[in-house]
Design a protein around this ligand. Sequence first.
Ligand code: FAD
Length: 435
Amino acid sequence: MSENSNPILDLLVIGGGASGMCAAIAYQKRILEISQSYADVLILEKNDRVGKKVLATGNGRCNLSNKDMELSHFHSRKESFPGKILEKVPPLETLAFLNDIGIVTTSEGNKIFPMSKVSSSVVDAFRSELTDLRIRVASDTVVSGITAGDPLTVSCEDGRVFYGRKVIVACGGACAPALGTTGDGYRWLSSLGHKVYAPKPSIVQLVTENAVTKPLSGLKADAQVSLIEDGCIIASQFGEVLFTDYGLSGPAVFQISGEVSRRMRKGRLAAPIYVSLQIFDEITIASLSEELRSRLRTMSQRPIEQLLLSILPGKIGTMILKTALDRPLSLPISSLSESDIRKILGTLRDWRFDVLGTRSLEYAQTTIGGADCDEFCEDSLESLIVPSLYACGEVLDVDGDCGGYNLQWAFSSGIAAGRAAAEKEPVFRDKEGGS
Ligand SMILES: Cc1cc2nc3c(=O)[nH]c(=O)nc-3n(C[C@H](O)[C@H](O)[C@H](O)COP(=O)(O)OP(=O)(O)OC[C@H]3O[C@@H](n4cnc5c(N)ncnc54)[C@H](O)[C@@H]3O)c2cc1C
């Protein structure tokens, strides 16, 4: 027994999110296979219940994974690391794991969702499985620190102390703090000697020059969205773009936002970047070129403001014309020259917005940065600095693209850490001689 007579538990999992619940379940299942008995597993969760962030995922629909598992969708300073873990617990095995706990899936394009398309059903399945496997949850428990040793000691803000033969840090990153993730794990891990890369937001809105976006706030357009730095495309995605007071949002913008974050130094971009929106593809632009030239004749007496009538939503069309031309749009269409038409087509092909940065971690869906993967075993996710301490999920320096990649990482790494912790010989024998 420990000094304050708290029992020493087999496993403490800090964080009852996607990776922590997977880790606890995978651990208990493996212990049951090995010893046909239940281990003493406790999840310490800051919120009043587990899985709050999972509830918020995919706009409440929970985009669990993706059929396209190219490793280029995962990012880490240790490039090979996510691939090693995904090799160990591949996406298909994760789906089987989810199926076993009662989550059946379906797909929409490449994106994988629970068949119900309701995230609460995913959390309900996890909670039932925790109960079935006799995994206890201490909710409303805010961990404040970890002390290395045998056993490991986990302290909480309210003064409680827990002891674990093994501890899995699954407390997520630093984005969406309202859901419990405030980067606490970075402090504990760095006080234990781990290197932590400063957290930055990804899957987040872009802040741009807003003279054009603000008047269009709330309007959406489908476009090829490209990030351009020094004349080169550094990221590109087709999809919906939402104009906002501060800049640009929407799925296509989220997808490329990480590349902006990675280039931010002390709150500023290292080099100028702009977003280029291509509203129409080249074939459509060719036919529009015909249409606009014919409008020079058929609509010659109407104001220029009406040139893109029915081609684009009114306000967006007007803004394109304002951007392309430097004259009042009340003038007649007949006043437009061939060069004006080329400028308008050029803006439809390449509508530019200077990027100032991203919105903050508060608004992001995932965190770039975190604990350096180089200091964790790429097989077991055990710390190479503190024996019997493991980490999984977003607290590690791994982030995924938008589209189910972050939950996939949380699931695969959580399962890998849980299984490895179960397979490791307990390093601790308590003072009474038991294990
Ligand atoms: C709005 C939103 C939508 C998203 N949608 C998707 C999506 O559709 N698909 C996808 O793949 N990804 C999505 N993500 C990202 C995904 O949810 C996360 O990457 C994933 O949940 C990370 O899992 P995790 O277990 O590492 O951390 P989390 O799921 O964040 O869990 C960490 C847990 O640790 C707890 N915790 C933190 N600090 C402490 C402490 N000091 N003491 C005790 N407990 C603590 C937290 O309360 C939390 O419950 C979304 C994220 C957000 C914010």
